[in-house]
Design a binder for this molecule. Structure first.
Ligand SMILES: *Cc1c(COP(=O)(O)O)cnc(C)c1O
Length: 395
């Protein structure tokens, strides 16, 4: 063997006795076949086998299998982001002339996909109120998918998933849900009959604000095949390095979620009635939108909730936010770092609600010491108060 060849052909070493807790990162484009007959028969490989690095490696299969077990499903498909997971479901299910029903509280880029990509290609979409009022009347033969997101983006309304699934099934319509807030640790959509359970793994599964990945878990092999067909045709796959980060994040997810859930609910309770705050939007608070449904269907709360700001406090918000010490300002969430994002939902909502006109602070609890975080929140709301002198002048 000449040196140039020796540079290319890796010597086989023994793996005997090497037993690591870490999932190996298997990188590959080419997958080798043991002989010409195996190569000739390659198209008959089933979807759980290996044919090309883009379509799966042992690393990605491990993450798929772990998510499938947590979701209580049959198969999981991995995609490069949460938004890609949303797109993959819609692009797989919907044909020109079909229609998808989306809750008013959906993750805004989902309606962006409907408006700017699907609609020009002949796929219709209609918005229904998060509480499902009037949903049945919106179902006609063109409706092929009812999407859900619970709790809803920013305003945290919990949806009646079992009722919506029952309705959809009566009409032979598929259902899907964005389960990113709860993760399958706190809510298991497939157990309620939902067809597509989708997560942005970028959030709690990744858990460190450094990963973009999404998943869709199904209980039906044919739906898995259709999703994988769409993936193959669009040339989408995920990197084994990203899958390994998600596998590592998953190991600590239960402990992280329990912690941020406890701290988040404690803070939500303490913020109730704090000067400068309006409604506290946290599904575990009695009186919050959908609280009874949350109690019935969810095992707990994660660490993301919202605070509606008092209108009078709005002019002082920017200066107050700039004084935060431990919280950082930013979107995305689910990492170790606590975040606050001032949001306005008005341009994304079609059903009127007084809070649509307010600024809403979306708070994501991270893993810092709760005492530091609370001191920051106290200082934030103190800074939102008018100065005593100003009160006198106003009075
Ligand atoms: C972040 C997020 C997404 C999108 O995930 P990306 O990985 O950022 O594309 C989808 N749905 C919800 C509820 C999210 O919070």
């Amino acid at each position: 063997m000449k040196d140039a060849t020796r540079c290319i052909i890796h010597p086989a070493v023994s793996t005997e006795g090497f037993d690591s807790l870490a999932v190996p990162v298997h990188r590959a484009s080419t997958i080798l076949f043991k002989d010409a007959a195996a190569y000739a028969a390659r198209t008959q490989r089933d979807l759980d086998g290996y044919s090309y690095g883009l379509h799966g490696t042992p690393t990605t299969r491990t993450l798929e299998a772990q998510l499938t077990a947590l979701e209580g499903g049959l198969r999981t498909v991995l995609v490069p982001s949460g938004q890609a997971a949303l797109a993959m479901v819609l692009l797989t299910v919907l044909m020109p002339g079909d229609c998808v029903l989306i809750p008013d509280t959906a993750y805004p880029p989902l309606t962006g996909l409907c408006r700017h990509y699907l609609e020009p290609r002949g796929v219709a979409w209609r918005i229904y109120p998060a509480d499902g009022a009037g949903l049945e009347a919106m179902i006609d033969p063109s409706v092929k998918l009812i999407w859900m997101e619970s709790p809803g983006s920013t305003t945290m309304e919990v949806q009646d998933v079992p009722a919506i699934v029952a309705l959809a099934r009566r009409h032979g319509v598929l259902t899907g849900i964005d389960n990113t807030w709860a993760t399958p640790l706190l809510f298991k959509p497939l157990a309620h009959g939902v067809d597509f359970s989708m997560q942005a793994l970028s959030k709690y599964v990744g858990g460190h604000s450094d990963l973009l990945l999404g998943s869709i878990t199904v209980s039906d092999l044919d739906l898995r095949r259709r999703l994988r067909d769409t993936m193959r045709m669009l040339g989408l796959g995920v990197s084994p390095d990203d899958a390994a980060l998600a596998l590592r994040g998953l190991e600590t997810m239960a402990v992280r979620l329990a912690h941020v859930g406890r701290v988040g609910l404690d803070f939500a309770r303490r913020l109730q009635g704090m000067p400068g705050t309006g409604e506290i939007l946290h599904p575990a608070l009695p009186g919050a939108p959908g609280h009874a449904l949350w109690q019935r269907d969810f095992k707990g709360a994660s660490g993301l909730f919202s605070v509606v700001l008092d209108e009078a406090a709005e002019p002082r918000l920017e200066a107050a936010l700039n004084r935060l010490k431990t919280f950082r300002i930013g979107s995305s969430w689910g990492g170790t770092r606590s975040l606050i994002a001032p949001m306005s939902v008005k341009s994304n909502r079609i059903f009127p609600h007084p809070r649509n006109d307010r600024t809403i602070l979306r708070i994501c609890i991270g893993l810092e010491d709760p005492a530091d975080l609370w001191a920051d929140l106290e200082a934030l709301f103190a800074a939102l108060q008018p100065h005593p002198q100003a009160v006198q002048q106003e009075g």
